[in-house]
Design a protein around this ligand. Structure first.
Ligand code: GLC
Length: 435
């Protein structure tokens, strides 16, 4: 009897892997569907836009230069993004093949890029522009059929009731000590507005949890906040850029500037969970608009990153920092177009796929769906390539684009594919029919 119970316990321990802990016990059907859609989407565009775009040195300028919070707030009086046109943004982003947009509703600077009742420090009440850019963006996203996600900062370098963390200490803002109840309420009020006034929101993307990582006793009270979101919109996914393995109540796992499993930027040592994955990366080197940064990644680098993310079963959230005049930088528009052209041809090997059964290799990655394994050859110096496919039956191999058969030879632990020449394409895709 005892051994049976032990056996059952052991079985349960094997069947319920750790990451499941991060999922709340009863997930709604809408939520599960939404996770699936998110996983299928594979590509989104991040937009970092706020008052900081006017200073054109990135979204951390306020704290990096210790700008006084009252002086900084005066930027709002001159913010008039006369060229802002949500329809043009959304069309350009859609044409890139991206399936969702993540917009900074309020970044660490504390300025709300939407009309909120809970603070005058917002785009409608504090600027001469007086337009709710989020409303315009949301309407356009819904019209053009692209999902909208909202970035929301836990950090606030402006409000006097926001907790002091390790950043933003030089902005002249007083320390509310332990008393930040009103700020917590403010955040939940704003989240309620965001999830009530702007139609369907695909995800809330939190950032800034790490501001308190030197204060182990600090508690952001996330479970209530997450429950509020799920109560208002059950299909809205919750993600948090805390650089940890997901917490209870989160629906997706976020990585920053690194592919899951890699840690070159130093923010991603965490375990990979079973939740849908996303990694964010900049097109140039900065999230918010930076006038001196023209160092945009090449189309090839961007496409490789997208493909490598898909090969690891992750979405790429690729960032653009809109200009203070409301336009997307010209080079960013060019990149959107270039990636879009590629996606038009190769999208089938990306959308709706899962990471393939061959783990990522230096030569490239694999993606998989409906009995097809797409071998994405990104960097190969030879004409032939060994694919470790032990136990997998390969019925057919064709060049994904030309549909010409690709020679293959079965060997002991897989197959050897032989190409006509050393591949020079951005991504040479060989499609294998497998069972
Ligand atoms: C970091 C930065 C922030 C940026 C975010 C995007 O957490 O604090 O400025 O919005 O990364 O991933």
């Amino acid at each position: 009897m005892k051994t049976r119970r032990l056996l059952i316990l052991l079985l349960l321990a094997i069947l319920i892997p750790l990451p499941f802990k991060a999922q709340s016990p009863c997930l709604s059907e809408e939520n599960l569907r939404s996770r699936q859609d998110f996983r299928d989407a594979k590509f989104g565009i991040f937009l970092h836009w706020g008052l900081y775009s006017m200073l054109a040195t990135g979204e951390w300028t306020m704290t990096n230069n210790n700008l006084n919070y009252r002086e900084y707030a005066k930027l709002a009086g001159g913010f008039y993004p006369s060229k802002f046109d949500a329809a043009r943004w959304v069309s350009a982003i859609k044409a890139s093949g991206a399936k969702y947009i993540c917009f900074t509703s309020r970044h660490h600077e504390g300025f709300s890029m939407f009309h909120t009742r809970y603070s005058d420090y917002n785009i409608v009440d504090a600027t001469p522009f007086k337009r709710d850019v989020l409303k315009e963006l949301a309407d356009e996203c819904h019209k053009q059929g692209i999902r909208l996600h909202l970035y929301y900062s836990h950090i606030d370098w402006y409000r006097e009731d926001a907790p002091w963390g390790r950043t933003g200490r030089g902005t002249g803002r007083p320390n509310p000590e332990g008393n930040w109840d009103s700020y917590y309420q403010f955040m939940n009020n704003q989240l309620t507005e965001l999830l009530t006034n702007y139609g369907e929101i695909g995800a809330i993307w939190f950032d800034g949890w790490w501001d308190q990582d030197q204060n182990p006793d600090f508690d952001w009270h996330l479970p209530e906040q997450y429950a509020l979101i799920h109560r208002l919109q059950p299909a809205c996914l919750v993600g948090n850029n805390h650089h940890q393995t997901p917490f209870e109540g989160e629906d997706i796992q976020i990585f920053e500037r690194d592919l899951p499993g890699e840690n070159k930027a130093g923010l991603s040592g965490q375990d990979i969970s079973s939740l849908p994955l996303e990694t964010c990366e900049t097109m140039n080197g900065m999230w918010g608009y930076k006038i001196t940064d023209q160092n945009y990644k090449s189309p090839k680098t961007l496409i490789h990153y997208l493909v490598k993310a898909a090969g690891r079963d992750a979405n790429l959230l690729l960032n653009i920092g809109p200009q203070p005049d409301g336009e997307l930088p010209a080079v960013a528009l060019e990149r959107l177009e270039q990636v879009g052209k590629w996606m038009q041809v190769y999208g089938e090997t990306i959308y709706g796929t899962r990471g393939g059964c061959i783990a990522p290799h230096p030569w490239g990655v694999t993606t998989q769906k409906d009995g097809k394994l797409y071998v994405h050859i990104l960097d190969l110096q030879d004409k032939s390539l060994f694919l470790p496919l032990e136990g997998v039956r390969v019925k057919r191999a064709v060049d994904f684009v030309t549909r010409h058969p690709v020679k293959m030879q079965k060997c002991k632990d897989g197959i050897l594919i032989q190409l006509e020449e050393v591949p020079t394409d951005i991504d040479k895709v060989v499609e294998l029919e497998i069972s």
